[in-house]
Design a protein around this ligand. Structure first.
Ligand SMILES: Cc1ncc(COP(=O)(O)O)c(C=O)c1O
Length: 380
């Protein structure tokens, strides 16, 4: 039996999303830039999707720029902030997704100052340190901090960060890939200037996402060509993907409270089972207070056996994700785990991430497999 506990990596397509995309594939032949009736029909579809998507986030349609994925949206923000807005300093954290962390490192080179705000063992950003960093420089600054951490699930107090950025006149980008579709979101109220979304995290298709770009921010083209996406990202729109993302968001927000309660119950159940089975021999990663209900990150003592847990569970038909599969310091595979703990190498992290398609039975089966597979002794 195959059990999928990796929905933070990607989610199963919703059947209604497949239907909407299939209808679009059958019905639409026009290029949205063509002026004939086929093109105008396709263009209408893109713009209707944009209008409805914007409405979920209290945004204006012109603030939604369709992209190919969350990574592109993050890249576009950081690149354009440096090149078009004259940002000379970036404040970020060591526990960001690589779509931000690596982009910041590569694009900043020697000329742009990078400061990393402190995070505690729960992955929570030290807001006093952030304020100190913001108050001690006059450089044009971009703050880029993710809304929810994809590995450990810790949630940023995004409005507080937005308020600090407003006080110190910094631009604020948040990678909202793990929260869009899982929480009610109003970008403007949160004080966010840029935010990234990816459709495949919310039962939509892979290869499509959007960048929320606040109307007050003027950028130049990220991709040059036909002038699509208000001249910011040239290239024929991914009409089928956009249609799928539109449907996925509609479905998420229609049943948000019900799905949230169901998934949270699954997460709580798994946590209780793990505590009952392993007590204080394991450690849970991430905040106990402000957490993403779709993610449960737990670490087992590092030993030769547990270093292979992701692989061994996979052999039993249970898909989870974790750190590196190598025995010697397995957790070295996770920059997030290394970013929050001094003794990261003593533990092997496993991330269980849930969706509305999981059941308690999945958890019972997984717990039975873990009972067989986990070796609790620390081998030194
Ligand atoms: C927090 C976060 N940001 C960005 C991404 C990248 O999104 P995409 O796969 O759409 O490029 C992911 C996906 O793993 C993510 O979890």
């Amino acid at each position: 039996m195959a059990i999928y506990f990796d929905s933070a990596a990607t989610t199963q397509l919703d059947k209604k999303v497949i239907e909407a995309m299939t209808t679009c594939m059958n019905d639409e032949v026009g290029n949205p830039s063509s002026t004939h009736s086929f093109g105008r029909k396709a263009k209408n579809k893109v713009e209707n999707c944009r209008r409805d998507i914007a409405a979920h986030f209290g945004a204006q349609p012109s603030e939604i720029i369709f992209t190919s994925c969350g990574t592109e949206s993050d890249n576009m923000t950081i690149k354009c902030a440096i090149e078009d807005l004259g940002v000379t300093r970036i404040i970020s954290s060591e526990v960001e997704h690589k779509a931000v962390l690596s982009t910041v490192k590569v694009l900043c080179g020697d000329t742009i100052q990078i400061d990393y705000v402190k995070v505690n063992e729960s992955g929570e950003v030290d807001l006093a340190h952030l304020e100190e960093l913001l108050s001690t420089s006059d450089k044009k600054t971009l703050v880029t901090l993710m809304h929810a951490n994809n590995e450990i699930g810790t949630i940023l107090p995004i409005k507080k960060v937005g308020d600090l950025c407003e006080t110190y006149k910094a631009y604020f980008h948040s990678d909202t890939v793990q929260t869009v579709g899982h929480f009610p979101i109003n970008f403007e109220e949160m004080g966010v200037h840029f935010a990234a979304c990816s459709a495949h995290k919310i039962h939509g298709p892979q290869g499509v996402g959007f960048l929320y770009l606040n109307k007050k921010i003027a950028l130049k083209a990220m991709l040059i060509g036909g002038g699509q996406e208000r001249g910011l990202r040239a290239g024929t729109e991914n009409l089928i993907g956009i249609t799928g993302m539109h449907k996925a968001l509609e479905l998420c927000y229609a049943t948000l409270d019900k799905d949230k309660a169901y998934i949270l119950e699954l997460r709580n159940y798994m946590k209780e089972q793990l505590i009952a089975q392993y007590g204080d021999q394991i450690r849970f990663n991430g905040s106990e207070k402000n957490f993403l209900y779709t993610v449960l990150s737990v670490s087992f003592p590092n030993n030769e056996n547990n270093g292979m847990l992701v692989f061994k569970l996979d052999m039993k038909g249970v898909a989870v994700s974790g750190g590196s599969a190598c025995n010697s310091g397995a957790s070295l595979g996770s920059h997030v785990i290394r970013g929050i703990y001094d003794n990261a190498e003593d533990y092997v992290p496993l991330r269980f991430s849930f969706s509305k398609h999981n059941t308690k039975e999945d958890i019972d089966i997984c717990m039975a497999e873990l009972k067989e597979l986990v070796e609790i002794t620390v081998i030194v």
